[in-house]
Design a protein around this ligand. Structure first.
Ligand code: 5AD
Length: 450
């Protein structure tokens, strides 16, 4: 029985894709190896969003093939996912030991291709072609890498993105927007709930564009809100989350959904990218600073405790000190619970890579640090405000860093650590927050669950 090790880079969609490929391989008789050193097959599921992510995966592959060669081990190695899709054959030209390059629409063929490579009937396989209906092929689940049920599961609802932000490689790696059907998604969610899943995270590159073609507005509700309504009906499901949305998707229907649907958790990750209207326009984002502030205001009126996080790019071509200061001031105004900051990284075949006035690396780094300081200062204040409060958490399991501690999440998506045991796993419970660490809350369930 051949064994496989999959290492994942990048976003939650990639994690979900790796889970599905692992589940598919296990169903076909493969076992999961504990490490790359003991595996017959190693797959790197890659990310292309920034050059750094690509370099990490390439370096890792060089390491893997170098070690296998020096130890005279036969190992099948492959790239899959976004970088595989955007670079294709070029990856084998660069790293001739690579056997498989599997694009983002071909995950369902992983087992078939690996069987052929292991049997020696084919020597190299590159498949990055488009495939009809591939958005609906990612169905297998392997929850947390074992047969044991996890509390929370990712469900992919759509693939691709038509927004064409000028910095972004995703339309090239994930293709045009294609949505699954609502009944298909609900059926998958129902199976997961029957297996004990209590929280579902709906995934897509631009989830708020879900079903644009097939589910036109119904009673003022977008396709995405119709999907939220349908998933919300499932008995036994406690929580619904989603990622990533686009700010333009936060119409009144979605804002009202937060107020109307108790299972929809009060957290929103809304990518801002910049606080300057001039830069937003160059990025082709389709909203203004004012519009973004309006969305945050509406959400906070609907759900005062909502946790709002964001993504911001610093050093986009043409970004001046004044533009950057507008991003700083917007962050002060919004008071994000957390923000992921990215230094602009030119991507191949994207319009921004060809724009004039590319910002020098030193300035990108300086802005990154200034923004990070501000974001962290605000985040720490927001975390401290939880001390002494009682919050509901969904317990996921033992903490990865310290197995004596258990970890759960608040509805607003903050991690809480507490002294727990297996009986807490999968439970919704109340904890009192005693203290905070960096991006962590420490809670005590004994105080409130006597
Ligand atoms: N350079 C830097 N950051 C990028 N992102 C996307 N493309 C780039 C790029 N070329 C960031 C955006 C996005 C997040 C997932 O990655 O902020 O929201």
């Amino acid at each position: 029985m051949p064994s496989v090790y999959i290492k994942t880079y990048g976003c939650q969609m990639n994690e979900r894709d790796s889970e599905a490929v692992a589940a598919q391989l296990v169903a076909k008789g493969y076992s999961l190896a504990k490490s790359e050193a003991t595996a017959d097959v190693v797959l790197l599921n890659t990310c292309s969003v920034r050059d750094f992510a690509e370099q990490k995966a390439i370096n890792k592959m060089q390491n893997i093939v170098g070690t296998a060669r020096s130890e005279k081990r036969d190992q099948i190695v492959g790239f899959m996912g976004c970088m595989a899709q955007s670079r294709g054959q070029e990856l084998i030209d660069k790293l001739p030991d690579v056997d498989l390059v599997l694009g983002t629409q071909k995950f369902h063929r992983a087992a078939e291709y690996l069987d052929e490579l292991l049997a020696g009937t084919r020597k190299k396989i590159v498949d990055v072609a488009a495939e009809e209906k591939s958005e609906a092929t990612i169905r297998e689940h392997l929850l947390n890498g074992s047969a044991k049920t996890s509390v929370s599961a990712f469900v992919s609802i759509m693939q691709g993105c038509n927004q064409h932000c000028t910095f972004c490689i995703v339309p090239a790696t994930r293709g045009e927007e294609r949505s699954r059907t609502i009944p298909d998604i609900v059926a998958e969610c129902r199976e997961l709930v029957a297996r004990g899943v209590r929280e579902i995270i709906l995934l897509g590159q631009i989830v708020t564009s879900f079903g644009k073609r097939d589910y036109p507005g119904l009673d003022g509700k977008s396709g995405f809100v119709q999907l939220l309504d349908a998933v919300h009906e499932l008995d036994g499901l406690d929580r619904i989350r989603f990622t990533s949305p686009h700010p333009k998707g936060y119409g009144d229907d979605l804002v009202e959904a937060y107020a109307r649907l108790p299972k929809l958790c009060e957290s929103a990750h809304i990518p801002l990218q910049s606080g300057s209207d001039r830069i937003l326009k160059l990025m082709h984002r389709g909203y203004s600073r004012e519009k973004f502030l309006g969305i945050v205001g509406k959400l906070r009126r609907a759900k005062p405790g909502i946790g709002i996080t964001t993504d911001i790019i610093v050093g986009f071509p043409g970004e001046t000190e004044e533009d950057f200061e507008l991003t700083l001031s917007l962050c002060r105004e919004v008071q994000f619970d957390n923000a992921y900051i990215f230094k602009y990284s030119p991507r191949r075949d994207t319009p921004a890579a060809e724009m004039p006035d590319q910002v020098p690396q030193t300035i990108r780094e300086e802005r990154n640090e200034r923004l990070l300081n501000l974001v962290n200062e605000i985040a720490a204040k927001k975390y401290d405000a939880f001390i002494g409060r009682q919050v509901e958490i969904l317990v996921e399991g033992p903490s990865k860093k310290n197995a004596a501690r258990y970890t759960g999440r608040t509805r607003c998506n903050r991690i809480v650590l507490f002294d727990g045991s297996t009986r807490h796993q999968g439970q919704l419970m109340e904890v009192k927050i005693e203290r905070t660490g960096s991006f962590t809350l420490y809670g005590d369930p004994a105080v409130v669950n006597l």
